[in-house]
Design a protein around this ligand. Structure first.
Ligand SMILES: NC(=O)c1ccc[n+]([C@@H]2O[C@H](COP(=O)([O-])OP(=O)(O)OC[C@H]3O[C@@H](n4cnc5c(N)ncnc54)[C@H](OP(=O)(O)O)[C@@H]3O)[C@@H](O)[C@H]2O)c1
Length: 359
């Protein structure tokens, strides 16, 4: 196999023009590692944060972006068992080693496309314990949508949100990856679901694809005023939502709090519109509100999500596909908010024939 592969690489952090599509040396496999020939890598807002750089987070450079990589097994270290060349696999982006068994102790956090080379590439190397098998009924590109956006939405909505059938749920940023999953999960539980996003066309897609009960176009409508209209009053007057799902932060932080009913809870896992917004804390104590943070997912969440898709209970929507060589355009489309649902980069790097093919 060639020692080089093609990838979207950043050699420094900054604006979109720091990305390069170029050849880069393929890393050798360590014991316990598997090389995946990328067939699909879904994009996440996290890719933008890694490219720009985040305060307090050290990204080793050069870095290959892309947290969510799925494909086929192209090479395995000799000690890897239970997989064959050509197997369809999805990588859980987080490597979960207990610190003392960590083979790379200098890198405390291991996250594909962030602290380990990710999936905007022909090949991606992961530990065998990160792998999740993709059933034949699940397209590889759909599996690639699951870990970061759907995994974190699953934890936020089901584990921390504790939603139940009678709940009224407001999902902010409903047009993106996390938001699409949150509205689907809340609808599957039977909640009254309102999706908020930034255009009329995306509001219509939320209704048509996921059957949300109402939408709020945040480009033209104020979420607090619309909440009062849709739920019959402010939080101290019997209106408001039981649960607000908030990945936005920024101006949507204080407003999201004002959309809750008394005793309601806001679950939050992101801050793409700003991480230090002002808050009027009177709403929190007078309304006896709960603000619940949520971070990441468990490995079994990724396995459960694959099963939910295989069972037809969850249907990740792919809004756009780009071949790897147009990965930079795909990334820019995410940043320019041109998408609905997930954007996927596709790849077709060769896989050596397996022993059974040669027999
Ligand atoms: N903590 C965790 O474990 C975790 C895991 C995954 C994601 N996250 C966070 O969750 C958030 C969403 O991630 P994602 O991958 O789903 O992103 P995404 O697909 O880009 O979706 C985000 C949506 O928010 C809206 N948006 C984008 N930029 C915005 C801005 N500056 N201000 C207000 N709205 C904006 C866009 O919708 P409209 O244009 O329609 O408004 C977009 O569709 C991010 O903050 C991400 O960091 C956290």
């Amino acid at each position: 196999m060639s020692p080089n592969m093609n990838a979207v690489v950043i050699d420094e952090q900054g604006d979109a023009d720091v990305m390069r599509y170029r050849a880069i040396e393929m890393p050798a496999l360590l014991p316990g590692q598997v090389r995946i020939a990328m067939r699909a890598c879904s994009l996440n807002y996290h890719d933008i944060l890694t490219r720009r750089g985040m305060p307090g987070v050290r990204t080793p450079l050069p870095m290959i972006l892309g947290c969510d990589c799925a494909g086929v097994v192209a090479e395995m270290a000799p000690d890897v068992e239970g997989f064959e060349l050509g197997d369809r696999v999805l990588a859980d982006p987080i490597s979960r080693f207990a610190p003392r068994e960590d083979p790379e102790p200098k890198m405390p956090i291991k996250f594909l496309g962030d602290t380990r080379w990710g999936g905007y590439a022909d090949y991606c190397v992961v530990w065998d314990r990160q792998l999740v098998r993709i059933p034949e009924s699940v397209p590889i590109e759909v599996a690639a949508c699951l870990p970061v956006a759907y995994g974190s939405a699953y934890r936020m909505v089901m584990h921390h949100g504790k939603i139940k059938t009678s709940d009224r749920v407001l999902v902010l940023g409903a047009s993106g990856g996390v938001g699409n999953c949150a509205v689907q999960l809340a609808k599957s539980v039977g909640c009254f679901v309102v999706g908020a996003c930034g255009s009329e066309a995306r509001c219509r897609q939320l209704e048509e694809l996921f059957g949300v009960d109402e939408t709020i176009n945040t480009a033209e409508e104020d979420i607090v005023r619309e909440t009062r209209r849709l739920t019959g009053g402010s939080l101290l007057q019997g209106g408001g939502f039981d649960v607000v799902v908030n990945s936005q932060g920024g101006e949507f932080w204080a407003k999201g709090i004002r959309c809750l009913k008394g005793g309601g809870r806001m679950v939050a896992n992101g801050a793409l519109a700003g991480f230090d917004p002002p808050t009027d804390i009177r709403y929190i104590f007078q309304g006896e509100l709960t603000i619940q943070g949520s971070n990441g997912w468990l490995h079994e969440d990724v396995e459960n999500l694959v099963e939910l898709v295989a069972a037809g209970k969850l249907d990740p929507h792919i809004g756009a596909r780009y071949p790897l060589e147009q990965g930079i355009e795909a990334h820019k489309a995410l940043e320019d908010r041109k998408h609905f649902g997930k954007i996927v980069i596709t790849g077709d790097a060769p896989v050596p024939p397996s022993r059974s093919d040669l027999a």
